[in-house]
Write a protein that binds this ligand. Structure first.
Ligand SMILES: Nc1nc2c(c(=O)[nH]1)N[C@H]1C(S)=C(S)[C@@H](COP(=O)(O)O)O[C@H]1N2
Ligand SMILES: [Mo]
Length: 388
């Protein structure tokens, strides 16, 4: 879709209180230093990555959201004020992870298109709002709707983006209505009103799914029998086949490849941040994060200081509060391990989730650089310096 008008970044918020490495200024994209990221179980907002695709709008609680589409006789409009006063409040703890987290690892293999994120395009927060299923139920949309398995709920945002007229995305309607799906229309993050960087005054949060589906500055929702037609659903956030290396080649593939919903199993060594201690061999404490998508919990994390020959079981510093056997797990686990490192050798970790998905050694390169969950890789320069 063409742009309406040139993007104007004059009214961006002050970001003086954020402690982030800026990957792109306009639109604003930034991630934390790795040791800061794993200091707290709930990531303080100052260390929470920001992923935007356009200038941020300025809205207040009078802002309204419209809901229309299949199953609805007319369009419904609800204000943020009403969402706060008329619906039960719910808080969930969940990890928000960009599908492009760790794109840098794939970019070392071959050019990838996108912001070159390190392993910090992730955070774990508490989000407070109302359950989307309650809002839908209040206008007569529930699991009794016919053909529910073929329906989607598409979200549209307020702000114009670089790639499209607004930010947009969709999820299966069944996810939105799932009793245990916990999809929220959120107005708070970590107990505070959402900041503009994170979607004030209202955003969707879709636990277990890639961050791209958690649409900020929500303006409208549509129940429809096709996926969102947004650029961000159709021409982005897809794992293209390995042979696709250019924009031109990608054009033939977008419609053939599934959009990403749930993210995959993931873990990373964040401390020491370089994943190696130069010119040192011996005992060391390492720390990192681990999580998996779709409500799958983490069974175990293993760490190796000898490039994957031997592995040590990590212990969890903090895990999700819920019973990880009976319910969906949306939050990450923070872990720690005492290992022995070989001199100038990368420290790698691998997590095993509740469905026994495990991280593999070699990266699965794809043109958009998404869903990288391989063991840590080093670029050739570092390898030479370190005799890896
Ligand atoms: N309106 C809007 N929603 C959006 C985006 C955006 O650019 N605009 N980016 C998406 C992507 S790709 C991610 S990873 C998450 C990031 O959420 P955060 O900035 O709060 O960390 O928001 C998603 N929702
Ligand atoms: Mo993202």
């Amino acid at each position: 879709m063409p742009k309406d008008k040139p993007l104007d970044y004059q009214s961006e918020p002050s970001r003086d209180d954020l402690q982030l490495i800026v990957r792109k200024d306009m639109p604003f994209n930034a991630e934390p230093e790795l040791p800061n990221l794993v200091q707290h179980y709930l990531t303080p907002t100052k260390y929470f990555f920001c992923r935007s695709h356009g200038p941020l709008p300025q809205l207040n609680d009078d802002h309204t959201i419209s809901i229309k589409g299949i199953g609805l006789a007319s369009e419904f409009v609800v204000s943020v004020k009403q969402l706060k006063s008329d619906f039960k409040e719910k808080t969930i703890e969940m990890a928000m992870q960009c599908a492009g987290n760790r794109r840098d690892g794939l970019h070392k293999v071959k050019f990838t298109k996108g912001v070159i994120w390190g392993p910090g395009a992730i955070g774990n927060a508490s989000y407070t709002g109302c359950l989307l299923k309650d809002v839908l139920a209040s206008i007569g949309i529930d699991k009794k709707l016919e053909n529910i398995s073929s329906l989607h709920l598409a979200f549209q945002s307020v702000e114009q983006c670089e790639e499209d007229r607004c930010y947009g995305s969709s999820i299966p309607l069944s996810k939105a209505l799932d009793e245990c799906g916990d999809v929220l229309l959120a107005y708070k993050m970590n107990g505070e009103p959402l900041t503009r960087d994170h979607g004030a005054p209202i955003r969707v949060v879709v636990p277990g799914y890639i961050g791209a589906r958690s649409v900020k500055f929500l303006k409208s929702m549509t129940i429809q029998d096709f996926e969102s037609e947004s650029y961000f659903q159709r021409k982005d956030y897809k794992v293209l086949p390995n042979e696709v290396e250019t924009e031109q080649q990608a054009a033939d593939y977008w419609h053939k490849v599934a959009s990403i919903g749930e993210y995959n199993v993931q873990s990373y060594v964040c401390d020491p941040p370089d994943g190696m201690v130069k010119n040192y061999g011996g005992p060391i404490k390492v720390r990192g994060y681990a999580l998996s998508g779709g409500g799958r919990g983490i069974q175990r994390v293993e760490v190796s200081g000898d490039d994957g020959i031997t592995w040590t079981l990590a212990h969890f510093r903090q895990q999700p509060k819920c019973d990880t056997h009976t319910t969906n797990v949306w939050a990450w686990s923070l872990w720690e391990a005492d290992i022995h490192v070989k001199r100038n050798t990368r420290i790698v970790c691998r997590a095993l989730d509740s469905a026994n998905n495990i991280q593999h050694e070699h990266p699965m390169w794809n043109y958009r650089g998404v869903m990288n969950n391989s063991w840590r890789t080093f670029d050739s320069e570092k390898r030479e310096n370190s005799n890896l």
